[in-house]
Design a protein around this ligand. Structure first.
Ligand code: PAF
Length: 284
């Protein structure tokens, strides 16, 4: 496996790896690879001729006061994981080669970037869209794999890819959960044992909501209130609980078709996000 550390070297290698008869896959990550990332890499290697895994903790998507400095970094173990899983290349640029002095170009997707996490993390999605465009431009993938855990990110990147005619297929991959339901996240590493137990309330509340909707409940306000009650009981400070249209991310008041319920909540000092697909009972 090659390890590449500048956009220029990556582009050169990508030109060699990219073939018309076997797609080149990209799995963008910020490292600290866990089973969720592994599921993306496994899917990519099963579908592509060659796979690049990018490992870059992107400073541009962390607002001041967020956890950029303390974000878990496990570079050597990540390389080993990529190697074991059959990646052709790990692309691990330094911040100074991604954003050299004088850097001044940003990608904004203002509509899809505004609600949910966008209203709590200033500049976050501008940073995500920009870095992903830069990763695409260095790695030249036919396909890029993203987890549904970052649901807003997935929808926004699909929009950017479409709007800018990037010709990359965005492949959504299901959320991977621990046995007790908690969604895998690199930030779970911040949780103490006691917080880890309390964090279960988030997925429990989402799965309860899914059951309630399948059983016939239609009113978002009731479902959201029940979720808020469960999070409060777990001592969680909530950024948002919302039910939105899966494509536009606009709020849905009455659930008449598939919808996404999304949560961002703090357990202690750790901000966790999770979401679930809600499907109303077929009344026909
Ligand atoms: O989902 C992530 O890990 C990051 O937001 C991404 C897509 C790698 C961009 O830095």
């Amino acid at each position: 496996m090659k390890v590449v550390d500048t956009p220029q070297k990556m582009r050169k290698l990508a030109e060699f790896l990219r073939r018309d008869d076997a797609p080149l896959g990209l799995v963008p990550t910020m490292g600290a690879l866990h089973e969720g990332h592994k599921s993306l890499i496994a899917r990519a290697t099963s579908e592509c001729g060659a796979v690049v895994v990018s490992i870059f903790v992107n400073p541009a998507q962390f607002a001041a006061g967020e956890d950029y400095d303390t974000y878990p970094r496990t570079f050597e173990a990540d390389l080993e994981t990529c190697r074991e899983m059959g990646a052709a290349c790990a692309y691990a640029p330094k911040a100074s080669s991604m954003y050299p002095g004088g850097y001044d170009t940003w990608v904004d997707v203002p509509g899809l970037g505004a609600p949910l996490c966008g209203s709590h993390r200033a500049g976050h999605f501008r940073g995500v869209a920009t870095v992903v465009l830069k990763l695409f431009s260095a790695c030249l993938p036919h396909r890029a794999y993203f987890g549904e855990k970052d649901y807003q990110q997935l929808v926004l990147l699909r929009r950017m890819t479409h709007d800018l005619d990037l010709g990359v297929e965005i492949v959504p991959c299901p959320i991977i959960r621990e046995e007790d339901g908690i969604a895998l996240s690199s930030r779970n590493a911040y949780l103490s044992a006691e917080e880890r137990l309390r964090a279960r309330a988030i997925s429990v509340a989402l799965f309860d909501a899914k059951k309630t909707v399948a059983a016939g409940e239609r009113f978002s306000v009731a479902i959201i209130q029940s979720c808020l009650d469960k999070l409060k009981k777990a001592g969680s400070r909530v950024d948002y609980v919302e039910i939105v249209d899966p494509a536009t991310l606009e709020r849905v008041e009455t659930i008449n078709g598939a919808a996404r319920m999304a949560v961002a909540a703090y357990i202690g000092e750790t901000r966790l996000i999770d979401n679930i697909l809600l499907e109303p009972r077929d009344e026909a």
